[in-house]
Design a protein around this ligand. Structure first.
Ligand code: ATP
Ligand code: MG
Length: 426
Protein backbone atom coordinates (compact mmCIF):
# COMPACT_ATOMS: atom_id res chain seq x y z
CA UNK A 1 0.00 0.00 0.00
CA UNK A 2 1.22 3.52 -0.73
CA UNK A 3 2.47 5.29 2.37
CA UNK A 4 0.61 8.36 3.52
CA UNK A 5 2.73 11.47 3.55
CA UNK A 6 2.53 14.81 5.31
CA UNK A 7 0.56 17.62 3.71
CA UNK A 8 2.57 19.85 1.41
CA UNK A 9 3.91 22.89 3.25
CA UNK A 10 3.31 21.33 6.66
CA UNK A 11 6.57 20.22 8.18
CA UNK A 12 7.56 17.66 10.73
CA UNK A 13 10.06 19.10 13.17
CA UNK A 14 12.38 16.19 13.84
CA UNK A 15 14.34 15.38 17.01
CA UNK A 16 17.57 16.81 15.55
CA UNK A 17 15.79 20.12 14.97
CA UNK A 18 13.79 20.49 18.18
CA UNK A 19 16.76 21.67 20.30
CA UNK A 20 17.11 24.87 18.27
CA UNK A 21 13.33 25.40 18.50
CA UNK A 22 13.52 24.95 22.25
CA UNK A 23 16.41 27.40 22.41
CA UNK A 24 14.42 30.06 20.54
CA UNK A 25 11.24 29.42 22.53
CA UNK A 26 12.91 29.38 25.93
CA UNK A 27 14.88 32.53 25.11
CA UNK A 28 11.65 34.26 24.11
CA UNK A 29 9.93 33.07 27.30
CA UNK A 30 12.74 34.48 29.43
CA UNK A 31 12.75 37.86 27.70
CA UNK A 32 8.94 38.19 27.77
CA UNK A 33 8.93 37.22 31.43
CA UNK A 34 11.47 39.97 32.18
CA UNK A 35 9.05 42.55 30.78
CA UNK A 36 6.04 41.18 32.65
CA UNK A 37 4.17 39.75 29.65
CA UNK A 38 1.59 37.03 30.39
CA UNK A 39 1.07 34.00 28.22
CA UNK A 40 -2.35 33.28 26.72
CA UNK A 41 -3.32 30.12 24.80
CA UNK A 42 -6.11 30.22 22.26
CA UNK A 43 -7.73 27.49 20.15
CA UNK A 44 -6.31 26.82 16.71
CA UNK A 45 -9.77 27.01 15.12
CA UNK A 46 -12.13 29.99 15.21
CA UNK A 47 -15.32 31.06 13.48
CA UNK A 48 -14.51 32.19 9.95
CA UNK A 49 -16.23 35.53 10.55
CA UNK A 50 -13.65 36.47 13.17
CA UNK A 51 -10.94 36.60 10.51
CA UNK A 52 -13.15 38.15 7.83
CA UNK A 53 -14.12 40.98 10.15
CA UNK A 54 -10.64 41.65 11.52
CA UNK A 55 -8.05 40.92 8.84
CA UNK A 56 -10.32 42.32 6.12
CA UNK A 57 -12.21 40.85 3.16
CA UNK A 58 -9.86 42.06 0.47
CA UNK A 59 -6.54 41.04 2.01
CA UNK A 60 -4.36 38.24 0.66
CA UNK A 61 -5.03 36.16 3.75
CA UNK A 62 -8.82 36.24 3.58
CA UNK A 63 -9.07 36.21 -0.21
CA UNK A 64 -6.87 33.24 -0.89
CA UNK A 65 -4.93 31.84 2.05
CA UNK A 66 -7.40 30.61 4.67
CA UNK A 67 -8.12 26.98 5.48
CA UNK A 68 -11.88 27.24 5.83
CA UNK A 69 -14.23 24.30 6.25
CA UNK A 70 -17.69 23.43 7.42
CA UNK A 71 -17.85 21.38 10.60
CA UNK A 72 -20.48 18.74 11.24
CA UNK A 73 -22.94 21.35 12.46
CA UNK A 74 -22.64 23.32 9.27
CA UNK A 75 -20.71 26.18 10.92
CA UNK A 76 -17.96 27.81 8.90
CA UNK A 77 -14.69 27.43 10.79
CA UNK A 78 -11.14 28.46 9.88
CA UNK A 79 -7.71 27.28 10.98
CA UNK A 80 -6.20 30.46 12.37
CA UNK A 81 -3.96 32.26 9.84
CA UNK A 82 -2.60 34.56 12.57
CA UNK A 83 -3.02 35.11 16.30
CA UNK A 84 -4.16 38.69 16.83
CA UNK A 85 -7.84 38.16 16.00
CA UNK A 86 -8.16 35.14 18.31
CA UNK A 87 -6.26 36.91 21.07
CA UNK A 88 -8.58 39.92 20.91
CA UNK A 89 -11.60 37.60 20.81
CA UNK A 90 -10.40 35.67 23.86
CA UNK A 91 -9.35 38.74 25.85
CA UNK A 92 -12.65 40.47 25.17
CA UNK A 93 -14.74 37.35 25.85
CA UNK A 94 -13.13 36.92 29.27
CA UNK A 95 -13.18 40.56 30.30
CA UNK A 96 -9.41 41.00 30.23
CA UNK A 97 -9.54 44.38 28.53
CA UNK A 98 -12.07 46.51 30.38
CA UNK A 99 -10.49 49.35 32.32
CA UNK A 100 -7.06 47.81 32.47
CA UNK A 101 -3.82 47.39 30.60
CA UNK A 102 -2.63 44.00 29.36
CA UNK A 103 0.60 42.66 27.97
CA UNK A 104 -0.04 39.26 26.43
CA UNK A 105 1.93 36.77 24.35
CA UNK A 106 1.30 33.41 22.70
CA UNK A 107 2.99 30.91 20.50
CA UNK A 108 1.76 28.18 18.20
CA UNK A 109 1.02 27.07 14.66
CA UNK A 110 -0.70 29.28 12.08
CA UNK A 111 -2.14 28.09 8.77
CA UNK A 112 -2.11 29.77 5.38
CA UNK A 113 -2.60 28.20 1.99
CA UNK A 114 0.42 29.81 0.31
CA UNK A 115 2.88 28.48 -2.24
CA UNK A 116 5.42 26.57 -0.13
CA UNK A 117 9.01 27.74 -0.52
CA UNK A 118 11.99 28.55 1.67
CA UNK A 119 10.68 30.52 4.67
CA UNK A 120 7.05 30.19 3.55
CA UNK A 121 4.94 27.23 4.62
CA UNK A 122 1.29 26.29 5.03
CA UNK A 123 1.66 25.45 8.69
CA UNK A 124 4.17 27.75 10.33
CA UNK A 125 4.76 28.99 13.86
CA UNK A 126 4.67 32.41 15.38
CA UNK A 127 5.38 34.04 18.68
CA UNK A 128 2.93 36.89 18.97
CA UNK A 129 2.69 39.74 21.46
CA UNK A 130 -0.36 41.96 21.97
CA UNK A 131 -0.62 44.95 24.33
CA UNK A 132 -3.93 46.57 25.21
CA UNK A 133 -5.06 49.79 26.82
CA UNK A 134 -1.90 51.83 26.25
CA UNK A 135 -2.43 54.55 23.63
CA UNK A 136 0.98 56.25 23.61
CA UNK A 137 4.17 55.61 21.66
CA UNK A 138 5.88 54.45 24.88
CA UNK A 139 4.44 50.95 24.52
CA UNK A 140 5.30 50.89 20.80
CA UNK A 141 8.87 51.69 21.83
CA UNK A 142 8.82 49.04 24.56
CA UNK A 143 7.85 46.37 22.02
CA UNK A 144 10.78 47.32 19.81
CA UNK A 145 13.20 47.50 22.74
CA UNK A 146 12.01 44.07 23.88
CA UNK A 147 12.47 42.65 20.38
CA UNK A 148 15.97 44.11 20.14
CA UNK A 149 16.84 42.42 23.44
CA UNK A 150 15.50 39.14 22.06
CA UNK A 151 17.72 39.40 18.93
CA UNK A 152 20.64 40.12 21.22
CA UNK A 153 19.86 37.07 23.38
CA UNK A 154 19.71 34.87 20.27
CA UNK A 155 23.03 36.23 19.03
CA UNK A 156 21.29 37.99 16.13
CA UNK A 157 22.14 41.51 17.29
CA UNK A 158 23.56 42.71 13.96
CA UNK A 159 21.42 40.68 11.64
CA UNK A 160 17.98 42.27 11.95
CA UNK A 161 17.27 45.84 10.93
CA UNK A 162 14.19 47.75 11.91
CA UNK A 163 11.92 49.57 9.47
CA UNK A 164 9.10 51.74 10.78
CA UNK A 165 6.35 53.84 9.29
CA UNK A 166 3.12 55.54 10.28
CA UNK A 167 0.03 54.80 8.22
CA UNK A 168 -2.09 57.35 10.10
CA UNK A 169 -5.73 57.30 11.14
CA UNK A 170 -8.32 55.54 9.04
CA UNK A 171 -9.68 58.94 7.90
CA UNK A 172 -6.19 59.96 6.76
CA UNK A 173 -5.70 56.67 4.95
CA UNK A 174 -9.05 57.08 3.25
CA UNK A 175 -8.07 60.47 1.89
CA UNK A 176 -4.67 59.22 0.82
CA UNK A 177 -6.21 56.14 -0.75
CA UNK A 178 -8.42 58.15 -3.04
CA UNK A 179 -5.53 60.43 -4.05
CA UNK A 180 -3.40 57.35 -4.77
CA UNK A 181 -6.16 55.72 -6.80
CA UNK A 182 -6.70 58.93 -8.80
CA UNK A 183 -3.01 59.12 -9.59
CA UNK A 184 -2.45 55.45 -10.41
CA UNK A 185 -5.63 55.11 -12.47
CA UNK A 186 -4.02 57.31 -15.15
CA UNK A 187 -1.38 54.59 -15.61
CA UNK A 188 -3.54 51.55 -14.96
CA UNK A 189 -2.34 49.56 -17.97
CA UNK A 190 1.32 50.03 -16.99
CA UNK A 191 0.81 48.58 -13.51
CA UNK A 192 1.65 44.95 -12.79
CA UNK A 193 -1.29 42.58 -12.72
CA UNK A 194 -1.51 42.33 -8.92
CA UNK A 195 -1.44 46.10 -8.57
CA UNK A 196 -4.16 46.55 -11.19
CA UNK A 197 -6.37 44.29 -9.15
CA UNK A 198 -5.43 46.03 -5.92
CA UNK A 199 -6.33 49.40 -7.40
CA UNK A 200 -9.94 48.35 -6.92
CA UNK A 201 -9.60 46.28 -3.78
CA UNK A 202 -6.67 47.27 -1.57
CA UNK A 203 -4.72 50.13 -3.19
CA UNK A 204 -2.41 50.75 -0.23
CA UNK A 205 -0.84 47.35 -0.78
CA UNK A 206 0.40 48.60 -4.16
CA UNK A 207 3.00 50.60 -2.21
CA UNK A 208 4.94 47.45 -1.37
CA UNK A 209 4.91 45.96 -4.87
CA UNK A 210 8.21 44.62 -6.14
CA UNK A 211 7.39 45.27 -9.82
CA UNK A 212 10.00 47.73 -11.21
CA UNK A 213 7.66 49.60 -13.56
CA UNK A 214 5.02 50.06 -10.86
CA UNK A 215 7.76 51.21 -8.51
CA UNK A 216 8.85 53.82 -11.05
CA UNK A 217 5.30 55.14 -11.27
CA UNK A 218 5.04 55.22 -7.49
CA UNK A 219 8.05 57.53 -7.25
CA UNK A 220 5.85 60.48 -8.25
CA UNK A 221 2.68 59.29 -6.54
CA UNK A 222 1.07 61.15 -3.63
CA UNK A 223 2.87 60.33 -0.38
CA UNK A 224 1.15 58.86 2.64
CA UNK A 225 3.18 61.02 5.01
CA UNK A 226 1.66 64.17 3.48
CA UNK A 227 -1.78 62.93 4.47
CA UNK A 228 -1.04 61.99 8.08
CA UNK A 229 -3.36 63.46 10.70
CA UNK A 230 -1.76 65.57 13.44
CA UNK A 231 -2.29 62.94 16.12
CA UNK A 232 -0.55 60.20 14.10
CA UNK A 233 2.22 62.59 13.13
CA UNK A 234 2.89 63.53 16.78
CA UNK A 235 2.72 59.86 17.84
CA UNK A 236 5.27 58.93 15.18
CA UNK A 237 7.65 61.78 16.07
CA UNK A 238 7.53 60.75 19.74
CA UNK A 239 8.15 57.12 18.88
CA UNK A 240 11.23 58.06 16.85
CA UNK A 241 12.51 60.19 19.74
CA UNK A 242 12.02 57.29 22.17
CA UNK A 243 13.86 54.91 19.87
CA UNK A 244 16.70 57.41 19.47
CA UNK A 245 16.94 57.81 23.23
CA UNK A 246 16.97 54.02 23.66
CA UNK A 247 19.70 53.48 21.10
CA UNK A 248 17.46 51.43 18.80
CA UNK A 249 18.50 51.98 15.18
CA UNK A 250 15.76 52.18 12.55
CA UNK A 251 14.96 53.46 9.11
CA UNK A 252 11.68 55.05 8.12
CA UNK A 253 10.26 53.15 5.16
CA UNK A 254 7.43 55.24 3.67
CA UNK A 255 6.13 52.31 1.60
CA UNK A 256 5.76 49.96 4.57
CA UNK A 257 2.00 49.38 4.82
CA UNK A 258 1.41 45.79 6.10
CA UNK A 259 -1.10 43.41 4.61
CA UNK A 260 -3.83 43.37 7.24
CA UNK A 261 -6.64 45.91 7.42
CA UNK A 262 -6.64 46.46 11.15
CA UNK A 263 -3.40 48.42 11.43
CA UNK A 264 -3.22 52.20 11.94
CA UNK A 265 -0.53 54.67 13.05
CA UNK A 266 2.68 52.77 13.84
CA UNK A 267 3.70 49.81 11.66
CA UNK A 268 7.09 48.10 11.70
CA UNK A 269 9.07 45.16 10.39
CA UNK A 270 12.34 43.58 11.42
CA UNK A 271 14.10 42.46 8.26
CA UNK A 272 17.20 40.40 7.57
CA UNK A 273 19.20 40.37 4.35
CA UNK A 274 20.32 36.78 4.87
CA UNK A 275 17.12 34.95 3.89
CA UNK A 276 16.40 36.25 0.39
CA UNK A 277 12.82 37.24 -0.42
CA UNK A 278 11.39 35.90 2.84
CA UNK A 279 13.42 38.38 4.91
CA UNK A 280 10.79 39.68 7.34
CA UNK A 281 11.27 37.89 10.64
CA UNK A 282 8.96 40.01 12.76
CA UNK A 283 6.14 42.37 11.85
CA UNK A 284 3.52 44.34 13.65
CA UNK A 285 1.94 47.62 14.48
CA UNK A 286 -0.82 49.49 16.21
CA UNK A 287 -4.46 48.46 15.78
CA UNK A 288 -6.47 50.82 17.95
CA UNK A 289 -9.73 50.15 16.08
CA UNK A 290 -9.85 46.36 16.14
CA UNK A 291 -11.34 45.64 19.55
CA UNK A 292 -14.27 47.92 18.82
CA UNK A 293 -14.60 46.54 15.31
CA UNK A 294 -15.04 43.09 16.87
CA UNK A 295 -17.79 44.33 19.16
CA UNK A 296 -15.80 45.39 22.23
CA UNK A 297 -15.38 48.78 23.86
CA UNK A 298 -12.82 51.07 22.18
CA UNK A 299 -9.43 49.80 23.35
CA UNK A 300 -6.04 50.85 22.04
CA UNK A 301 -3.71 48.04 21.05
CA UNK A 302 -0.35 47.28 19.52
CA UNK A 303 1.41 44.01 18.78
CA UNK A 304 3.66 41.97 16.57
CA UNK A 305 4.25 38.43 15.39
CA UNK A 306 7.50 36.75 14.51
CA UNK A 307 7.90 33.76 12.25
CA UNK A 308 9.81 31.01 14.04
CA UNK A 309 10.73 29.02 10.91
CA UNK A 310 12.43 32.10 9.47
CA UNK A 311 14.21 32.86 12.73
CA UNK A 312 15.52 29.31 12.93
CA UNK A 313 16.54 29.33 9.28
CA UNK A 314 18.43 32.53 10.02
CA UNK A 315 20.22 31.07 13.05
CA UNK A 316 21.20 28.02 10.99
CA UNK A 317 22.25 30.05 7.95
CA UNK A 318 24.50 32.21 10.12
CA UNK A 319 25.86 29.24 12.07
CA UNK A 320 24.53 30.73 15.30
CA UNK A 321 22.89 27.65 16.82
CA UNK A 322 24.58 27.45 20.22
CA UNK A 323 26.15 24.19 21.41
CA UNK A 324 23.91 23.99 24.45
CA UNK A 325 20.94 23.82 22.06
CA UNK A 326 22.08 20.27 21.33
CA UNK A 327 21.36 18.55 24.59
CA UNK A 328 23.49 15.43 24.44
CA UNK A 329 23.33 12.77 27.11
CA UNK A 330 25.72 13.10 30.05
CA UNK A 331 25.66 9.56 31.43
CA UNK A 332 24.67 6.24 29.87
CA UNK A 333 23.87 3.45 32.35
CA UNK A 334 24.30 -0.05 30.97
CA UNK A 335 22.94 -3.31 32.38
CA UNK A 336 24.98 -6.42 31.54
CA UNK A 337 22.83 -9.45 32.36
CA UNK A 338 19.23 -10.03 33.39
CA UNK A 339 19.80 -9.66 37.15
CA UNK A 340 21.31 -6.20 36.69
CA UNK A 341 18.29 -4.63 34.96
CA UNK A 342 16.31 -3.65 38.06
CA UNK A 343 19.41 -2.43 39.98
CA UNK A 344 20.56 -0.44 36.91
CA UNK A 345 17.17 1.29 36.63
CA UNK A 346 17.34 2.06 40.36
CA UNK A 347 20.91 3.37 40.05
CA UNK A 348 19.86 5.65 37.18
CA UNK A 349 17.03 7.00 39.34
CA UNK A 350 19.49 7.79 42.13
CA UNK A 351 21.70 9.64 39.66
CA UNK A 352 18.71 11.66 38.43
CA UNK A 353 17.89 12.57 42.05
CA UNK A 354 21.47 13.58 42.81
CA UNK A 355 22.31 15.22 39.50
CA UNK A 356 19.22 17.16 38.46
CA UNK A 357 19.81 18.92 35.17
CA UNK A 358 22.02 16.10 33.83
CA UNK A 359 20.77 13.79 31.11
CA UNK A 360 20.94 10.18 32.33
CA UNK A 361 20.01 7.50 29.80
CA UNK A 362 19.23 3.96 30.90
CA UNK A 363 20.13 1.29 28.42
CA UNK A 364 17.00 -0.64 27.47
CA UNK A 365 16.59 -3.50 25.07
CA UNK A 366 19.32 -5.89 26.23
CA UNK A 367 22.22 -6.86 24.01
CA UNK A 368 25.88 -7.75 24.33
CA UNK A 369 28.52 -5.68 26.12
CA UNK A 370 29.74 -4.49 22.73
CA UNK A 371 26.35 -3.37 21.46
CA UNK A 372 25.52 -1.61 24.72
CA UNK A 373 28.82 0.27 24.61
CA UNK A 374 28.16 1.22 20.99
CA UNK A 375 24.82 2.72 21.97
CA UNK A 376 26.47 4.50 24.89
CA UNK A 377 28.94 6.07 22.50
CA UNK A 378 26.24 7.07 20.01
CA UNK A 379 24.19 8.78 22.71
CA UNK A 380 26.90 11.41 22.98
CA UNK A 381 27.24 10.74 26.73
CA UNK A 382 30.52 11.65 28.38
CA UNK A 383 30.46 8.62 30.67
CA UNK A 384 29.19 5.07 30.54
CA UNK A 385 28.29 3.46 33.83
CA UNK A 386 28.87 -0.29 33.53
CA UNK A 387 26.86 -2.56 35.76
CA UNK A 388 27.50 -6.28 35.38
CA UNK A 389 27.12 -9.28 37.70
CA UNK A 390 30.53 -8.69 39.35
CA UNK A 391 29.95 -5.00 39.97
CA UNK A 392 26.51 -5.83 41.33
CA UNK A 393 28.01 -8.30 43.80
CA UNK A 394 30.59 -5.74 44.95
CA UNK A 395 28.26 -2.72 45.01
CA UNK A 396 30.52 -0.97 42.49
CA UNK A 397 30.27 0.13 38.86
CA UNK A 398 32.73 0.57 36.03
CA UNK A 399 32.99 4.23 35.06
CA UNK A 400 34.19 4.63 31.50
CA UNK A 401 34.99 8.05 30.02
CA UNK A 402 33.72 8.04 26.43
CA UNK A 403 35.08 11.33 25.14
CA UNK A 404 38.66 11.17 26.37
CA UNK A 405 41.35 8.54 26.23
CA UNK A 406 41.19 8.12 30.02
CA UNK A 407 41.08 4.66 31.57
CA UNK A 408 37.99 3.07 32.99
CA UNK A 409 37.89 3.15 36.80
CA UNK A 410 35.96 1.26 39.45
CA UNK A 411 33.77 3.39 41.69
CA UNK A 412 31.53 2.33 44.57
CA UNK A 413 27.84 2.83 43.90
CA UNK A 414 27.51 5.06 46.95
CA UNK A 415 30.20 7.44 45.65
CA UNK A 416 29.13 7.40 42.02
CA UNK A 417 26.91 10.52 42.07
CA UNK A 418 29.58 12.61 43.82
CA UNK A 419 32.30 11.46 41.43
CA UNK A 420 30.10 12.22 38.40
CA UNK A 421 29.05 15.61 39.78
CA UNK A 422 32.74 16.56 40.04
CA UNK A 423 33.91 15.25 36.69
CA UNK A 424 30.89 16.47 34.72
CA UNK A 425 31.42 19.96 36.11
CA UNK A 426 34.82 20.13 34.39
P1 ATP B 1 4.91 38.08 4.04
O1 ATP B 1 4.93 39.47 3.50
O2 ATP B 1 6.28 37.44 4.14
O3 ATP B 1 3.89 37.19 3.38
P2 ATP B 1 3.02 38.68 6.09
O4 ATP B 1 2.89 40.14 6.06
O5 ATP B 1 1.98 37.84 5.44
O6 ATP B 1 4.46 38.23 5.55
P3 ATP B 1 2.41 38.52 8.90
O7 ATP B 1 1.02 38.12 8.69
O8 ATP B 1 2.70 39.88 9.35
O9 ATP B 1 3.25 38.19 7.56
O10 ATP B 1 3.13 37.47 9.86
C1 ATP B 1 4.24 37.84 10.70
C2 ATP B 1 5.43 36.98 10.42
O11 ATP B 1 5.09 35.61 10.34
C3 ATP B 1 6.11 37.25 9.08
O12 ATP B 1 6.97 38.34 9.19
C4 ATP B 1 6.87 35.97 8.87
O13 ATP B 1 8.08 35.96 9.63
C5 ATP B 1 5.93 34.94 9.42
N1 ATP B 1 5.14 34.32 8.34
C6 ATP B 1 4.04 34.81 7.72
N2 ATP B 1 3.56 33.94 6.81
C7 ATP B 1 4.41 32.86 6.85
C8 ATP B 1 4.45 31.61 6.15
N3 ATP B 1 3.54 31.29 5.25
N4 ATP B 1 5.45 30.75 6.45
C9 ATP B 1 6.38 31.05 7.37
N5 ATP B 1 6.38 32.20 8.07
C10 ATP B 1 5.41 33.10 7.82
MG1 MG C 1 1.84 36.83 3.56
Amino acid sequence: MAKIQAIRGMNDILPEETPVWQFVESTARKVLHQYGYQEIRMPVVEQTDLFRRSIGEVTDIVEKEMYTFEDRNGDSLTLRPEGTAGCVRAAEEHGLLFNQTRRLWYTGPMFRHERPQKGRYRQFHQIGVECFGMPGPDIDAELLILTARFWEALGLGNHARLEINSIGSSAARKEFRSALVDYLSQYKTRLDEDSQRRLDTNPLRILDTKDPETRRLLADAPRLEDYLDDDSRAHFEQLKALLDASGIAYTVNPSLVRGLDYYGKTVFEWVTDSLGAQGTICAGGRYDGLVEQLGGRPTTAVGFAMGLERLILLLETLGLVPDEANSNADVYVTAMGATTIAPALALAETLRNELPGRVIISHCGGGSFKSQMKKADKSGARYAVILGENELANATVGLKPLRSGEEQTTVTQSELATVLADTLAN
